[in-house]
Ligand binder design. Structure first.
Ligand SMILES: *[C@@H]1O[C@H](CO)[C@@H](O)[C@H](O)[C@H]1NC(C)=O
Ligand SMILES: *[C@@H]1O[C@H](CO)[C@@H](O)[C@H](O)[C@H]1NC(C)=O
Ligand SMILES: *[C@@H]1O[C@H](CO)[C@@H](O)[C@H](O)[C@H]1NC(C)=O
Ligand SMILES: *[C@@H]1O[C@H](CO)[C@@H](O)[C@H](O)[C@H]1NC(C)=O
Length: 310
């Protein structure tokens, strides 16, 4: 009986175009996820992924997660794994890791995390998936908190899918390095947007950067991402032209990934992430200033010597 009801529900969804809507957005709601889980062939077409950083995240996953989900370490192969510092994985390591978890290039990925609004580790993984592949990928709006709030069931059962072959292909359009940032400060060819909070931004930012703070993306009443209209207003109020090429950065590239998702959601076509972000920029630009000062000092010293002892 239940099967028939679910089937009817699915057909109804299909014809009311809810499925089409799911296709268009980078977001998925708890309700939508709950209903597509009942689709025939779900496991063949989808992977639900809980994203977190490191082995401690795996412990939390073991205590209860969305049924059928697998755990992916979004800081896999990173030399560091704190919220303030992560680095990108090596392509070969990343592709064999995803393959070993039963993820193929064809799976549609639905990512969630356990952060307050669900856009931290999930956004980082969203970015890595796009940087190294072409899978269709969505993030669960509100994350695990929203799933639980809606009283959908959690499971402690660990699902193991058999190995798949995952071929990673690096997309350089989505990454900017320190050298690109330095060049861009001169050319202004791309728009820089800083996702750190306003006080971090005011304490120092990359010259010319706009500020669209991550901590203002969310609606504390609903526990979800703000609506597309609200986010669009935030971005346009800053004077950001969504037709231009945009570089997102933050402290270490995590909030910037979330900013990338938001910018794409409101219609930006070309968004990349500066992976070194403020963590790298602030150190290297200081080094550069030091170098300039040292050089100038040397120059004046020799000039001084020249004049005095000629
Ligand atoms: C990352 O993966 C590469 C290639 O497998 C490996 O040589 C390297 O040691 C790994 N680094 C870390 C920090 O795990
Ligand atoms: C940023 O990416 C470049 C190129 O892959 C890499 O050399 C560098 O170590 C990365 N930095 C971080 C912090 O991930
Ligand atoms: C901004 O970020 C800094 C550093 O993470 C933190 O100490 C501060 O409380 C934050 N401020 C706001 C307004 O969120
Ligand atoms: C952005 O591009 C679209 C389509 O090409 C155009 O209709 C729109 O006016 C452009 N917006 C700006 C601010 O230039």
């Amino acid at each position: 009986m239940l099967r028939y009801l679910l089937f009817a529900f699915y057909i109804l969804h299909f014809f009311t175009g809810i499925n089409a809507k799911i296709e268009e957005s980078v977001l998925i709601s708890s309700r939508e996820l709950s209903s597509i889980r009942d689709e025939p062939d779900f496991d063949k077409n989808y992977r639900i992924i809980e994203a977190n950083f490191g082995p401690k995240g795996q412990d939390n996953f073991g205590k209860g997660h969305i049924p059928g989900a697998i755990y992916v370490d979004a800081a896999f192969n990173s030399t560091k794994l704190t919220l303030l510092e992560v680095s990108l994985p090596i392509l070969e390591a990343w592709q064999s890791y995803l393959g070993s978890l039963g993820i193929s290039n064809d799976h549609q990925l639905i990512i969630y995390d356990r952060s307050e609004y669900g856009f931290k580790q999930s956004s980082r993984l969203f970015y890595l998936i796009k940087l190294f592949g072409k899978n269709k990928v969505k993030v669960l709006n509100g994350g695990f908190n929203d799933w639980v709030r809606n009283r959908f069931d959690a499971s402690t059962k660990i699902q193991k899918f058999s190995d798949e072959i995952y071929i990673a292909s690096f997309n350089p359009k989505l990454l900017r390095l320190y050298e690109n940032i330095i060049k861009n400060i001169e050319t202004n060819a791309e728009i820089l947007v800083d996702a750190r909070n306003s006080s971090e931004y005011e304490n120092g930012h990359i010259p010319g950067a706009f500020n669209v703070p991550y901590n203002e993306f969310f609606d504390s009443k609903t526990g979800l991402l703000k609506t597309k209209q609200e986010l669009m207003k935030m971005v346009l109020n800053e004077g950001i032209d969504l037709n231009e090429s945009i570089i997102a950065y933050c402290q270490s590239g995590i909030r910037a990934s979330s900013l990338m998702l938001v910018l794409e959601m409101v219609g930006a076509k070309k968004v990349s992430v500066y992976n070194g972000s403020w963590f790298e920029y602030s150190q290297r630009s200081e080094d550069m200033l030091d170098k300039i000062i040292t050089r100038l000092t040397k120059f004046f010293d020799s000039l001084f010597n020249f004049v005095l002892f000629k």
